[in-house]
Ligand binder design. Structure first.
Ligand SMILES: [Zn+2]
Length: 471
């Protein structure tokens, strides 16, 4: 199977150039720059099964969302998107690979959790996928298992300073896990908020009569994310290990990361669309604010431009979604009368690539090359899948978007593909959308319609992080 994508502007993290892209059997076979008749020569004799005209469009590597939670059990319910519905929504939004989080059941092996998540994903996921591992217990057995998982293509492990009694790891456990990755080349990912202190403040708020969703945002002070981020950075420095912060949401946490990077520490972080585009203001309006409950919470509006600046200066390397959708009806409603019972999580997987184009490139905050980097190339490098993914280069997987940077569309729950009954961005008109989405050479979405085969996604074994090794 040979496909020719003609006349597009190839946009990579390194630069942009007019070129034709030849795809053979799922891989990029040639990238031929337009220059003085060279194309005709180079392409002479090539017979394509399909030719896609990309005139006036970008050709970019497919998005990689390295932070998703399909079917995650949380607060007595499950995140609504399955691997099938969530991956389909991802593809519609220009994302061609996800890395989801398998969860170690407390008291059991990492492998037990991994097996469960593998079974949920296999045969159901429509685009390629990998896993990170959430560690619920740090002990001799789980530390030893980390080495095996690194060797099997699951080289990163998430720990929490939040959610006491559920996911929280004390400092000595975090330190031991960091020491282990120092030895085995893996990467520790951290949810950094001071959970125990937040619980005190939340209980005080409820006792004082604040039970609406806004209480969730008020209780989780930015400084408590800053404190936990700095604490874990210092633990990582003590262990001489790299560390990666998920869903960094506040100026306070960014300051800690920036300071560490200036010291030369191997500290990395992602932010999410919700923190770049939404704010604490969205959590008002009575119980409607439950639609916006996630952790860390949305922050006061003045944090947003600091996060964009972090993306420009590379103190923030990439953007994931933390996609973890719950219906407003029946799921978010579990927290009526007590914000602490609202399931934490937001639907965002379908909107990430286009929102970053709209707010970043169209909005004049980042270049189109940096857009490709934060939504595809940097996640590929950070999580050990570059240049198999995240690149337009000979030999790379043909995970490609033919992207129309001028098309305008309106976001709505009535037209999105995520299995959730509301949109965070209802009615927003944004600029930029994928005309064609290709996964390993197969067109899976064309003009907004799914045209790919069922169960197309494959598990991707990942290497150790390029960034963590080399930085
Ligand atoms: Zn998450």
């Amino acid at each position: 199977m040979r496909t020719l994508i003609k006349n597009g502007l190839v946009v990579t993290a390194d630069g942009s150039f007019e070129a034709d892209v030849v795809v053979v059997d799922g891989k990029i076979d040639a990238v031929t720059r337009h220059a003085s008749g060279a194309v005709e020569t180079a392409l002479a004799g090539i017979v394509a099964d399909e030719t896609i005209d990309a005139t006036g469009k970008y050709v970019v590597p497919g998005g990689i969302d390295a932070h998703t939670h399909m079917e995650l059990p949380f607060g007595g319910t499950f995140a609504k998107d399955t691997f099938e519905s969530g991956s389909k929504a991802a593809a519609h939004g220009g994302t061609t690979m996800i890395v989801d989080f398998a969860v170690q059941p407390k008291g059991k092996a990492l492998r037990d959790g991994l097996d469960v998540w593998m079974a949920k994903a296999e045969g159901n996921t429509l685009i390629d996928y990998g896993f990170h591992m959430i560690m619920s217990d740090v002990n001799e057995a789980s530390l030893a298992e980390m080495d095996q998982l690194v060797a099997e293509g699951i080289p990163d492990f998430k720990l929490f300073t939040a959610y006491p009694g559920v996911f929280l790891s004390p400092d000595d456990h975090i330190f031991r896990a960091l020491q282990q990755t120092r030895k085995n080349g893996g990467l520790i990912m951290m949810h950094a908020e001071n959970g125990p202190v937040i619980d005190v403040i939340a209980a005080d708020l409820v006792a004082a009569g604040t039970t609406d969703p806004i209480g969730h945002g008020l209780a989780r002070y930015p400084v408590l994310e800053g404190e936990a981020t700095n604490r874990v950075i210092r633990l990582a420095e003590a262990a001489d290990a790299p560390v990666y912060f998920v869903h960094l949401s506040s100026r306070d946490a960014l300051e800690a990361v920036s300071a560490a990077r200036r010291r030369g520490s191997r500290v990395f972080a992602e932010t999410c669309p919700q923190y770049l585009f939404l704010s604490l203001d969205d959590m008002g309006n009575g119980f409607e604010g439950a639609k916006y409950v996630c952790s860390p919470p949305l922050r006061p509006k003045d944090h947003q431009e600091d996060l964009w600046r972090g993306l420009r200066t590379d103190d923030l390397q990439l953007v994931g979604t933390d996609h973890c959708p719950f219906d407003f009806a029946g799921q978010k409603e579990l927290g009526r009368g007590d914000f602490r019972k609202i399931p934490n999580g937001l639907p965002a997987i379908e909107d990430r690539v286009d929102l970053l184009h709209h707010g970043g490139v169209v909005g004049g905050r980042i270049s189109r090359e940096r857009w490709v980097e934060i939504m595809s190339t940097a996640p590929a490098k950070m999580f050990g899948i570059y240049p198999q993914k995240g690149a337009i280069a000979v030999g790379s997987d043909a995970d490609l978007l033919v992207y129309d940077p001028n098309r305008k569309r309106t976001i709505s729950a009535t037209t999105h593909h995520m299995d959730v009954d509301y949109s965070l961005f209802e009615g927003w008109e944004i600029q930029g959308a994928s005309d064609v989405v290709m996964s390993r050479g197969t067109v899976v979405v064309r003009d907004g319609a799914w045209v790919g085969p069922a169960g197309h996604g494959q598990f991707v074994r990942r290497s150790r992080s390029d960034f963590a090794r080399l930085a």
